[in-house]
Design a protein around this ligand. Structure first.
Ligand code: PXP
Length: 240
């Protein structure tokens, strides 16, 4: 399984102070040095964390594929076509949400999306749809012309967190079935959202079906804790 590291929350921390640190580009370099296979960034319409300049710099300077998550709007498309990431992942976006809450509804937006993705196809940019793990959405993704699907693992993650093992089993099956069907349709199958160091073993069981995971919050959270001791020691040295 490949790992795409979502570095949005490095920008979230920077924006908490609206300052220059932590550096998003530096985070991308570190992820590359550590062996990540891809950098994933979500350029939200409200620019609450990642800014246009962050995406441009990562695309220009980091020698890893860039997976740009974006809402299917004209404004973001224009920027994406300028930046030319290796992949765009189309996601639904609501202003008030804390994070991407559900998958994109391909069935209801089929004709819009079919037209919308044409420019990406012409520019050799892979098109992935972030969808709930439902057979109907997988089928619609193929019909609309996606190259890939990213299965939303949010409900799976939540049921694990809440120790709702009945729901967890159901969600695992949903993901497995959707992944299997996607593969049968010759779609590339990825997954992401809410994957942690605790629940990853259950997703890893599906490595024959899912070729890539995109993980952000848990990696950045752990980075803060793993790095805190060193950061405190370094400051102590400076003031001693
Ligand atoms: N994949 C997609 C399409 C997302 O929108 C997100 C969240 O930005 C992720 C993966 C990563 O989710 P998390 O931060 O919960 O690991």
């Amino acid at each position: 399984m490949r790992l795409g590291v979502n570095i949005d929350h490095v920008a979230t921390l920077r924006e908490a102070r609206k300052t220059f640190e932590p550096s998003v580009i530096e985070a991308a370099f570190i992820a590359k040095r550590a062996g990540a296979h891809q950098i994933t960034m979500h350029l939200r319409e409200d620019r609450r964390h990642v800014k246009d300049e962050d995406v441009k710099l990562v695309r220009k300077l980091v020698e890893l594929p860039l997976n740009l998550e974006m809402a299917p709007t004209d404004e973001i498309k224009k920027i994406a076509l300028e930046i030319k990431p290796q992949r765009v992942t189309l996601v639904p976006e609501k202003r008030q949400e804390i994070t991407t809450e559900g998958g994109l509804d391909i069935i209801s937006n089929a004709s819009y999306l079919k037209e919308y993705i044409k420019d990406f196809k012409e520019n050799d940019i892979e098109v992935s749809f972030f969808i709930d793990p439902d057979i109907e959405q997988v089928e619609a993704s193929k019909a609309v012309g996606a190259d890939a699907i990213e299965l939303h693992t949010g409900r799976f993650a939540e049921s694990y967190y809440k120790r709702d093992f009945k729901l967890l089993e159901k969600e695992k099956e949903r993901i497995r079935n959707a992944a299997k069907f996607g593969k049968e349709l010759n779609l590339k199958v990825y997954a992401g959202h809410g994957i942690t160091y605790q629940n990853i073993h259950l997703i890893k069981d599906m490595k024959d079906l899912i070729e890539e995971l995109n993980i952000g919050h848990s990696i950045i959270s752990n980075a803060v804790l793993f790095g805190l001791e060193k950061a405190v020691k370094t400051m102590l040295e400076l003031i001693s």
